[in-house]
Design a protein around this ligand. Structure first.
Ligand SMILES: Nc1ncnc2c1ncn2[C@@H]1O[C@H](COP(=O)(O)OP(=O)(O)OP(=O)(O)O)[C@@H](O)[C@H]1O
Ligand SMILES: [Mg+2]
Length: 188
């Protein structure tokens, strides 16, 4: 575990000169390392994208804090790739997970923040699989739109809904929201 985080930390430090992104890996909860599952703290009204129950946190949380710039989307994918591989998620499932993460971070950048605002990516293992949570400062709600053949956009959350085990969002007491998705550990 320590070796994995050293690897992650080394990789993230290499991004610092390339992107205007502030990076932070934090171990949020020592208690979370115990085997016992705990609910994530409730912050405001909970809304579930697909009506599934919110996942229970089973491990500590790895956090990447980013400035909302287009380059942040790739940085988030690289961070998540490393984390998912460290957790033993199979190769194909990592690729699928990265698509989901790409959509959520793109949305946080495009719809949930102004250029230069802070967005963050949190990753933790839950009782139902790996979870990615993307936080932004906007109170606007993410909504999966009906699919149409003649529009160029509006498909991201529909894709998330197909590829993730579950997704949803909750409002944060500090303002803004966290959009989360439960990822698959294997594609078979
Ligand atoms: N983080 C967010 N903050 C605020 N609104 C959001 C957020 N994510 C999604 N939305 C809202 O939900 C809608 C649907 O999101 P979705 O990702 O499906 O489509 P899109 O981002 O508009 O287009 P595409 O993802 O296909 O490029 C968005 O148009 C936006 O109104
Ligand atoms: Mg989108």
């Amino acid at each position: 575990m320590i070796a994995s985080f050293d690897k992650l930390d080394k990789m993230l430090r290499s991004f610092r000169p390339l992107h205007d992104c502030s990076l932070l890996i934090a171990s949020l909860s020592r208690k979370g390392l115990s085997k016992k599952a705990s609910r994530p703290p409730k912050e405001g009204r909970e809304m579930i994208g697909d009506k599934s129950p919110p996942p229970r946190v089973m491990t500590d949380t790895s956090i990447l804090t980013l400035t909302s710039v287009p380059e942040a989307i790739k940085v988030a994918r690289d961070f998540a790739r490393c984390w998912l591989e460290c957790k033993g998620v199979d190769h194909a499932a990592v690729q699928v997970g990265l698509l989901v993460i790409n959509e959520l971070v793109t949305n946080a950048h495009k719809h949930g923040s102004e250029p230069g605002d802070v967005i963050s990516v949190r990753l933790y293992m839950s009782d139902v699989g790996p979870v990615v949570e993307v936080r932004d400062g906007s109170d606007a709600e993410p909504r999966a739109l009906p699919l149409t053949l003649d529009s160029f956009s509006g498909r991201g959350l529909a894709i998330v809904s197909e590829l993730a085990k579950a997704w949803g969002f909750r409002r944060l007491a500090s303002g803004g929201k966290a959009v989360y998705a439960v990822l698959r550990e294997a594609t078979a």
